[in-house]
Design a protein around this ligand. Structure first.
Ligand SMILES: Cc1cc2nc3c(=O)[nH]c(=O)nc-3n(C[C@H](O)[C@H](O)[C@H](O)COP(=O)(O)OP(=O)(O)OC[C@H]3O[C@@H](n4cnc5c(N)ncnc54)[C@H](O)[C@@H]3O)c2cc1C
Length: 428
């Protein structure tokens, strides 16, 4: 492994009690989650921390200056084995547990949303290949995806189907030994750099049968639009796709016929956990910056942080972030164990963390006054990047609906609160 690009300062790591480990100075946010990691996992996290401190953090503003693909960041993540954490060991990956991946993403987002989104985007764009590709397809592609030699994109959203993905209109027509695909896809991250596109649609002759297939970028009939300008998340561009009579051989189908929707949900599940980690990591970074300003800056004869109103803002932000990190950790553990209710927890973690992330970015910017509004100051970037986490991989309102529906489904079956009399509550 080439560490030549890293100018790493030593980390004093206490393997007996990782919560007591120190970098140069202790962190503002709790390190207690390190206790759940193995020594190997902690070493991976240490490597990520060194990269963030020496490379991704200092270069974040430059990377986010224009919305072109951040090749250097991506290649570093691939070379350092961080991309490989998303892939099974059978194909050369390190198949990291979510309890580690959430920490890696949090670290990255604390300094650079681009870096974090290149990690979560790997889950979104490759998971359906790993979960649904034939053995031969996986042997051909996965080892090259995890080294960054190849990239893929995930084509689910359409002009007419975003939140309501069951409204997909892309069709798969069975012809010969394969399928002919027609449709349009919108907002597709990395489409301009991906070698392969995961396309989700439905059978032309049976709308209830969802399909997924892998299509190469040079497939006849596939057009990739110019990149769309956007508010934030610069360094990971998006484009639209148009598929006109695009042929995909049977060997490129992902999963069985009818499994397209569940493959997409499986990819979204991991990506939602990643969005939560990204939102919380960015929020942590925003509070660190705002707290530094509040202790530095004098107003009305004392430091900003000595004013009770400012302390209350800092208190709300730190407490809510730590609560969000606890929920995220529970969700990551559920994913790693394969708990049946992980999808609802992923919705809770994503909705809570991303709405909180937007609020914290707003409040942290407020606390830094006019400087927070300057392009030269990191919070302007944090503020713009925070918004997408509330929209991508299911908007907050969709997750609230998922969570609320689950409560309504379970409540009649759940243990009744013993304060209540038997019978209908209408009889009170
Ligand atoms: C930068 C970026 C990158 C993306 N990358 C990808 C990608 O790689 N692959 C991919 O397939 N997609 C991608 N997307 C698409 C993204 O997942 C969708 O934008 C998102 O799911 C919302 O869909 P929509 O934009 O069509 O919003 P709409 O479905 O039009 O919804 C608009 C808003 O209406 C509200 N809303 C919708 N339905 C309900 C409801 N039932 N109840 C209450 N409120 C509701 C929500 O607030 C929602 O934000 C990306 C989007 C962006 C902006």
């Amino acid at each position: 492994m080439d560490h030549g690009v890293i100018n790493a300062r030593p980390i004093h790591f206490n393997h007996e009690n990782p919560a007591m480990s120190t970098t140069a100075q202790p962190r503002l946010f709790g390190e207690h989650f390190l206790l759940a990691l193995t020594a190997d996992e902690r070493a991976t996290l240490e490597r990520m921390r060194a990269l963030c401190r020496d490379q991704f953090g200092p270069k974040a503003a430059e990377v986010a200056r224009q919305d072109t693909f951040a090749w250097d960041t991506f290649r570093t993540l691939a070379r350092e084995g961080i991309v490989a954490t998303a892939f099974p060991r059978d194909y050369g990956g390190s198949d990291a547990r979510q309890v580690l991946r959430t920490r890696l993403i949090e670290e990255a987002a604390r300094v650079c949303s681009t870096t974090a989104s290149l990690i979560t985007g790997t889950d979104l764009s490759t998971r359906a290949i790993v979960a649904g590709g034939s053995e031969a397809l996986k042997r051909e592609i996965v080892p090259r995806l995890l080294t960054g030699e190849l990239q893929s994109a995930f084509g689910l959203t359409e002009p007419g189907a975003g939140s309501d993905v069951r409204g997909l209109r892309t069709t798969f027509r069975r012809e010969g030994d394969g399928y002919v695909i027609n449709g349009r896809k919108k907002f597709i991250t990395r489409a301009s750099t991906a070698d392969w596109m995961v396309i989700v649609g439905r059978r032309e002759d049976d709308a209830g049968t969802f399909m997924a297939a892998l299509v190469p970028r040079d497939a006849p009939g596939l057009s990739i639009s110019a990149e769309d300008g956007k508010l934030g998340w610069w360094g990971v561009p998006i484009s639209s796709l148009e598929l006109r009579e695009v042929r995909a051989p049977m060997s490129h189908r992902l999963g069985e016929e009818g499994e397209g929707f569940s493959l997409a949900q499986d990819a979204l599940l991991r990506a939602r956990i990643g969005h939560a980690a990204m939102a919380l990591g960015r929020a942590m970074g925003a509070v660190e910056i705002a707290a530094t300003y509040a202790t530095d800056r004098q107003s009305f004869g004392k430091p900003l942080a000595a004013h009770q109103g400012v302390q209350w803002m800092l208190s709300d932000m730190v407490t809510q972030i730590e609560a969000g990190r606890a929920l995220l950790n529970v969700t990551a553990e559920k994913y790693d164990r394969g708990d049946a209710d992980v999808a609802v927890y992923a919705s809770m973690a994503k909705q809570h963390a991303t709405d909180l992330g937007m609020k914290v970015a707003t409040d942290a910017l407020q606390l830094t006054g006019g400087r927070g509004y300057l392009q030269d100051f990191p919070l302007e970037r944090f503020f713009r990047d925070a918004k997408l986490n509330q929209i991508g991989e299911g908007a907050s309102e969709i997750h609230k609906t998922v969570i609320g529906r689950d409560v309504a489904r379970r409540a009649p079956l759940a243990e009744r609160n013993p304060c209540l009399r038997p019978g209908s509550l209408v009889d009170y």
